[in-house]
Design a protein around this ligand. Structure first.
Ligand code: NAD
Ligand code: MG
Length: 414
């Protein structure tokens, strides 16, 4: 399989490359299964250069053409022998060129934010398989992906979820979930999907202390090491709200069939309840390398060197209901998902900007839900017939402008 990785310098991207290296070591008979054909990142040119030196991709994309260290990357791309020389492309359009190449079979989308939408749609349109970590694509453009793939439940050979909860559900549903397998695999046999949430680092903090919460506190996630945006979203549970929307598209169920339960240990990654009330769960230590490997090699399972789960070492597994007043973002996300149209795009963009402002010290943690709610309240959605890549990205820009001006007002008021 010839693979392109978008966002190779991020948390998921680096773990994907680690999976590929480890896979070759643990499965020497299958070591040629994956060839890394393309790597792409926004601006970490130095790390990208190291990845080029290790994996010798045919194409390397640096989206920010002015990124620091680009000369180093250019040198790494030309350094290899002429047979394995890497072509360096600059700018966001180059992502489209990369994902639509004839010599790419699968695209692993690990960029963060709505920037994932365009290249994911382009890859699917070009008939590529997509391993999707970028949940924002389904949040903002799930309807477009559904139209493109022409079916209700999207998870399957063509679109492979990497988000740990969705990978868990996909694994519980069994191979061939949506390709017309046995009855238990059809959406009508699902009674409930139960997404687990760690509850984040603020799960036990008294609510009156929330206004003083610092970025450092929020970035210290108890069970997962992830990029900054998703880590903040895990503390507000906006991330879980995105995952509810993502689950509706991937498994073809309405939002009232998707429940969330707080599970601080992050060992049970999610559960499926069938109409006969049987419940299946997928378990493991929190480690994204498992869902990444499953997505890459689906429907096959290969040995890995991941730490084996020892239930006696895991100890108590706890489950709690979500406290709605602690996590208002979950309710906002569910509302935006139900309203559909361009609301989820507005939700995502407002949150992305608010999170960036919080991390930059411009607003308080508790300002995030209020800002998102006010932007949603002001939004004029497009008619469902007018939903397209362009109208979604226009709603995204409108939302960013609107929330930034609200953030400036907040700063002025001090
Ligand atoms: P990250 O911030 O660590 O990495 C993001 C990557 O995307 C970097 O390589 C960056 O260069 C690239 N990037 C950012 N903007 C880009 C743009 N405009 N064009 C091209 N590349 C761009 O993020 P992450 O934690 O790896 O998360 C990536 C995605 O995976 C997110 O959608 C996140 O929600 C999802 N996800 C992550 C985890 C996790 O454990 N990290 C788990 C589940 C889902
Ligand atoms: Mg997740």
């Amino acid at each position: 399989m010839r693979l392109a990785i978008l966002g190779s310098t991020g948390s998921i991207g680096r773990q994907a490359l680690a999976v590929i290296s480890e896979f070759a070591r643990v499965n020497p008979d299958y070591r040629d299964q994956v060839e890394v054909v393309g790597l792409a990142a926004l601006r970490q040119a130095k790390l990208l250069a190291e990845q080029v030196e290790t994996f010798h991709p045919r194409i390397c994309v640096l989206v920010d053409a002015n990124a620091e260290g680009r000369e180093l990357l250019a040198a790494a791309c030309t350094a290899s022998s002429s047979s394995s020389r890497t072509r360096l492309l600059l700018g966001a359009e180059a992502l489209i060129e990369l994902v639509t190449r004839d010599d790419v079979d699968m695209v692993l989308v690990a960029v963060v934010g709505s920037a994932g939408l365009k290249p994911t749609l382009a890859a699917l349109r070009a008939g590529k398989r997509v391993a999707l970590a970028n949940k924002e694509t389904l949040v903002v453009g799930g309807e477009l992906v559904r139209r493109m793939l022409g079916r209700r439940a999207l998870a399957g050979d063509r679109l492979r979820p990497i988000d740990s909860e969705h990978s868990a559900i996909w694994q519980c549903l069994g191979t061939g979930t949506t390709e017309g397998g046995p009855d238990r695999q059809s959406p009508s046999c699902l009674r409930r999907l139960i997404l687990t949430a760690s509850g984040g680092p603020l799960r036990n903090l008294p609510l009156d202390r929330f206004p003083e919460v610092t970025a450092a506190q929020v970035l210290a996630h108890p069970t997962w090491r992830m990029g900054p945006r998703i880590t903040v979203d895990s503390a507000t549970l906006m991330n879980k709200g995105f995952e509810v929307i993502e689950a509706c598209y991937l498994f073809g169920v309405p939002d009232d069939k998707v429940e969330v339960v707080v599970h601080p240990q992050s060992v049970v990654h999610s559960l499926v309840e069938f109409v006969d009330r049987s419940v299946l769960a997928q378990l493991g230590w929190p480690d994204m390398r498992l869902p990444i490997q499953y997505a890459l090699f689906y429907p096959h399972r290969y040995p890995s060197d991941l730490r084996p789960l020892d239930l006696t070492a895991a100890g108590r597994l706890e489950f709690y209901p979500v406290e709605a007043d602690r996590y208002p973002c979950l309710g906002l996300a569910r509302m935006a998902g139900r309203l559909g149209s361009t609301y989820p795009a507005v939700l995502n963009a407002a949150d992305e900007e608010a999170v960036a402002a919080f991390l930059a010290g411009e607003i308080r943690f508790t300002d995030i839900p209020g800002l998102v709610e006010r932007v949603l309240a002001r939004h004029q959605p497009v008619h469902p017939d007018e939903l397209s890549e362009e109208t979604i990205l226009a709603a995204d820009s409108w939302s960013r402008r609107t929330v930034r001006s609200m953030i400036r007002d907040l700063a002025r008021k001090g």
